[in-house]
Each structure stands twice: as C-alpha cells, then as structure tokens.
Design a protein around this ligand. Sequence first.
Ligand SMILES: Cc1cc2nc3c(=O)[nH]c(=O)nc-3n(C[C@H](O)[C@H](O)[C@H](O)COP(=O)(O)O)c2cc1C
Length: 180
Amino acid sequence: MEFENVIKSRQSVRDYSSKKVENEKINFIIECARFAPSWTNKQCWQFILVEEKKIIEELAKTSIINRWLKNVPMIIVACGNPKESGNRNDIDYYIVDVAIALEHIILAATDKGLGTCWIGGFDEKKVKEILNIPENFRVIAMTPLGYPAEKKSLIGKMAKVVTQSKKRKSFEKITHINKW
Ligand SMILES: Cc1cc2nc3c(=O)[nH]c(=O)nc-3n(C[C@H](O)[C@H](O)[C@H](O)COP(=O)(O)O)c2cc1C
C-alpha cells in the first residue's frame, strides 16, 4: 500500500471476522515494531500475542467499555519496562517508546489489510494477573488484530459516532509557524 493510503485508511476497527491472521503477517508486523526508535535504543518493550479464546475473553472483562474485545481473533498487549528507558523534564519515555512501537504495529497491520484499535481502557492490575506480566513492567496499551468484519455491530457504529472518528483539527489549528 502507498504510505499515504496506509495513514489515511487506518481507522479504529471494532468488528472482526473470525479468520485467523497468517503467521507471515504477524511476523511482518512485529518486525516493523522491532525497527521503531527508542530511548538510547534500549527497546524497553515486550509484546504479548494472545490468540487463545479463553484469555481473550478474560481480557475483554477487564474493561467495561471494551467488552466487544471478546469477539476478536487476536489481541496484542504492549508492555514496557520503565527501568529500560529514561526520564527527562518529567516525561517518562518508556511510554513514548512503547507507543511508537505499537503505532508501527498498527500501521504495518493496516498495510496488510488488517484492522486494529488502540485500547487504553482496561484495568492494568487485572491484565497483568491474567497474562503473568512481571511486576516491573507496565501495560501501556493493547490492540485487537484481525480482518475487519463485513458488517458493523451496533457498538462499532456507536463508537464511531461518539468519537466522531473521522473528524480532525485543521492544519491551522494544530501548527504554529516559527513561534507559538
Ligand atoms: C490513547 C488512546 C486510547 C484509546 N482507548 C480506546 C479504548 O479503550 N477503546 C476504544 O474503542 N477506542 C480507544 N481508542 C481509539 C480512539 O477512540 C480513536 O483512535 C479515535 O476516536 C479516532 O478514531 P480512528 O482511530 O478511527 O481514527 C484509543 C485511542 C488512543 C490513542
């Protein structure tokens, strides 16, 4: 896919077909995460690829607003180790590192015709328990991964309306030339 198409066609997908994602595609997507930049190249991230239906259902229960996750074929959980990254001006860079890598995953998935949805709404403590994540790691975000379903559910349609997902601030509203 052309880069511009990848950027402009990416959208949060909340309805998935049950079709399994091919291993080559998963490998490509994780390869793209590996090439993300990070604080002094420490690569503080770990990704958990969850395909087991029972575990997916348990993860879906860690969020009231994201119960729809129970129907997805796969979830990638993105974790970071704060000790493997830095802090400047009170900004914790492990969050930035993991966020960049996860966005690589999301764009790589889009390029391969797959759907994703950045998920920030979950109970981190419960997610860590379900997945045996070590104490020293934080869960930054997760995303479902799979082929978008032909038909949208009511929840999928409602989320698009509530978030006004197609709406973006204009160039003028988000840029300053030379000084603020
Ligand atoms: C930090 C962050 C947290 C988010 N958390 C959720 C979430 O918990 N559930 C959900 O359905 N979407 C979540 N989203 C997706 C946003 O709602 C979505 O990106 C936004 O509405 C724009 O729509 P689009 O992704 O289709 O362009 C999250 C996005 C970000 C960046």
